[in-house]
Design a binder for this molecule. Structure first.
Ligand code: CA
Length: 430
């Protein structure tokens, strides 16, 4: 990997999530300007692309691209396709390069480049549709064996990437607190059910990806073109109410157990930035079925992205303690790839629109400490985990903050995702 340098010194720090090779896109609010604006993260700063356009610093871009960059969401820019976003990214890389003076010596520099601590990240896209998959064999096998010990992996599982259509309206940006929902549940003795604050609140560690270029209704996207429709990736926490899920999930799958909140990280890391971390395809056992042709692609790849979940309780926060790592996994362990998910999703002719979000499903690896949700990590609460404040967790408690981090790293360079955080608030009336 190159070690290109930026004139923004914090971007050259080996520990930063946002070196010049990353340049993830986001939407930010700044206190001195009225409209949200598209920006890229660079070290501990953000570069305001709307202001770059208005000051002529991106004059090499076509009119429609400059208009898209002046928008208050990434939908229009992403909808122009991967080639356009790659071109923009290259132009921005030029402005931030250590050898380039155009922005560095500009009198507007301090207006265009703002400290990250002075801006607020908001939702990067207006999300029209949200689909959640179930692509980890370890997760599907673990959860399946709890609910159906004799039949953990359903007969369809290795033939298609299982998913469900989720709820887009309740997807929130990192940092927004999440209220413990009420729901209908049954106790250990079975029905009749009762309604009240859920008891078994959980997180799910997932990778999400945003659709850039849309597709036509009626036209499946061939797998070898699938990544042309992907703008970039974010971290996802699919908050889940396990007691609601257990009672409601048959026969149609998750509903209220999943629709109250999904948190995403604010910076969308492009496929261009992740290219050096694409590794050979996902794991297959010799006796696994061969995929049908529409799910088969010789060049398909997995992605080598480390994923961490940490928890910080109220007491830990009060005592100034950092969030405590409870799991560490890797996205490359997933059975189904992004290209396969896109190909399968559109195989009926279902169309894609810019800003659709798809998520991978819980990322769990083969070991206990790489399990991406508490249901698996504590095995339904039978093996609680300890926090450094002396308490134990089976499921989330009010005041717990869940912090997800992700990064790809090689040769001292790190392409990071920042954080995806959410604090659990007590249920209403509780
Ligand atoms: Ca999920």
């Amino acid at each position: 990997m190159t070690t290109r340098r930026s004139w923004i010194e914090s971007a050259n720090d080996p520990g930063t999530d946002f070196p010049i090779e990353n340049l993830p896109f986001g939407v930010v609010e700044r206190s001195d300007e009225s409209e949200p604006r598209i920006a890229v993260a660079i070290g501990d700063r953000v570069l305001d692309l709307r202001e770059c356009v208005s000051r002529g610093l991106l004059s090499g871009q076509r009119d429609e691209v400059r208009r898209a960059l002046s928008s208050d969401s990434l939908n229009t820019l992403a909808g122009l396709g991967r080639q356009v976003s790659s071109t923009v990214r290259r132009a921005v890389t030029g402005l931030l390069d250590a050898g380039d003076d155009r922005l560095r010596t500009s009198s507007d520099r301090d207006h265009l480049v703002r400290p990250m601590s002075e801006i607020r990240s908001v939702m990067p896209f207006r999300i029209g549709d949200y689909t959640d998959f179930y692509a980890s064999e370890h997760h599907a096998t673990n959860v399946g064996s709890m609910f159906r010990p004799d039949n953990p992996l359903m007969p369809n599982w290795k033939h298609l990437p299982v998913g469900y259509h989720g709820r887009a309206s309740s997807i929130v940006e990192s940092g927004r607190p999440v209220r413990r929902p009420h729901g209908q549940t049954v106790g250990p003795d079975g029905p009749p059910p009762s309604y009240g604050p859920v008891r078994l609140l959980d997180y799910e560690l997932e990778m999400g990806f945003f659709i850039g270029a849309g597709s036509e209704l009626g036209s499946p996207v061939p797998i070898e073109r699938a990544l042309d429709h992907v703008f970039g990736l974010v971290l996802v926490n699919d908050w889940s109410a396990r007691d609601v899920q257990k009672w409601e999930y048959q026969p149609l799958g998750p509903f209220n157990a999943k629709n109250f909140a999904t948190t995403i990280s604010p910076w969308v890391v492009t496929l261009d930035a992740l290219e050096p971390f694409m590794v050979s395809g996902p794991p297959r056992a010799t006796d696994d079925p061969r995929n049908l042709e529409y799910l088969r692609w010789g060049d398909d790849v997995a992605m080598d992205i480390e994923l961490e979940v940490a928890i910080r309780s109220t007491q830990m926060r009060e005592r100034g303690m950092p969030a405590h790592r409870v799991s560490l996994g890797n996205y490359r362990d997933m059975y189904w790839t992004i290209a396969q998910m896109v190909a399968h999703h559109t195989s009926t002719g279902c169309d894609l629109r810019p800003g659709d979000l798809m998520a991978s499903g819980t990322v769990s690896g083969p070991t206990e400490d790489s399990r991406g949700c508490l249901l698996e990590r504590t095995w339904r609460g039978e093996r609680p985990i300890s926090l450094p404040d002396g308490t134990e967790r089976r499921f989330l408690q009010d005041g717990d903050e869940v912090v997800i981090r992700g990064w790809a790293e090689r040769d001292g360079r790190r392409i990071g995702f920042g954080e995806c955080t959410g604090l659990v608030l007590p249920a209403l009336g509780g």
